[in-house]
Design a protein around this ligand. Structure first.
Ligand code: XBP
Ligand code: MG
Length: 251
């Protein structure tokens, strides 16, 4: 069954953006005079909490960093400054789409298959990334965008997928989600959306039970994916025909 819509996670899935988020957080801490620095090992742990504001709150509560009391009342301001830094990095061309993403999005657009976004990151970040990588009409190519605080509970809760499915007016089982993390997979599966996982630099140590397929990336003709688990052992890239073969026709 050809999918009726493709729903993409953003960070780690469309592009390897987490190092840019980390850089934006650290530059913001320095600009606010906070003696905090998130190195890669710490950031890997902090990514267990989705959403920048939630991650900051968790860091303050769980790690008791210096100046936490003064900073706790300013999480919204810290996060707004971080978003401005992140979008400036992306506007400047610092992010590029992962292998196969542009090809699959182009194929879906060509065949009139709906595209959607389900992410915990802020809407401004999503729009900056889509514009920087797909061009000025990149945002308009997506029928539905679920982002940031549009829902009450972030991933791993299913809310953002529920939000997007409602706007697409499609049943979950006719769509395919693309995620890079265990919490993203949990969110999509809890909403009933079959999910392809392409682990990213910060999630390559996680496991993905219940995924339709786990692949190194979506693949392109000169760069076949590495099959990691589930469907797709004999294929080289994910396209609409391949996805149609993986989707179970509802009985
Ligand atoms: C990944 C995230 C995000 C970003 C930070 O989102 O957890 O929180 O790290 O984004 P996803 P904000 O994989 O769902 O795209 O600072 O804008 O919240
Ligand atoms: Mg992600």
């Amino acid at each position: 069954m050809t999918p009726a819509a493709l729903i993409f996670d953003v960070d780690g899935t469309l592009a390897e953006t987490e190092e840019l988020h980390r850089q934006a957080f650290n530059e913001t801490f320095a600009a606010f005079g906070l003696p905090w620095r998130w190195d890669r090992a710490l950031y890997r742990q902090l990514l267990a909490v989705a959403g920048g504001k939630e991650r900051l709150r968790h860091y303050i509560d769980a790690y008791h960093p210096p100046a936490a009391a003064a900073a706790s009342g300013h999480i919204a301001a810290l996060h707004a400054a971080k978003t401005a830094r992140y979008t400036a990095l992306v506007d400047g061309g610092a992010a590029r789409l992962r292998t196969g993403v542009c090809r699959l999005i182009g194929e879906a657009r060509g065949q009139g298959i709906a595209l959607a976004i389900a992410t915990t990151t802020s809407l401004a970040n999503v729009e900056a990334l889509l514009r920087a990588t797909l061009g000025q009409d990149g945002v308009a190519a997506f029928t539905a965008i679920g982002a940031g605080d549009m829902v009450a509970a972030k991933k791993p809760a299913p809310d953002v997928y529920g939000f997007v499915l409602e706007r697409l007016a499609l049943p979950a089982g006719r769509c395919v989600a693309f995620e890079d993390s265990a919490i993203g997979l949990a969110s999509a599966l809890a909403a009933g959306v079959p999910t392809v996982v392409t682990p990213s630099v910060y999630t390559d140590d996680q496991s993905f039970p219940g995924a339709l397929a786990v692949l190194s990336h979506l693949g392109d003709p000169p760069a076949p994916y590495r099959h990691l688990a589930g469907a797709g052992a004999g294929d080289a890239m994910v396209d609409l025909d391949v996805l149609a073969g993986w989707l179970v026709v509802p009985g």
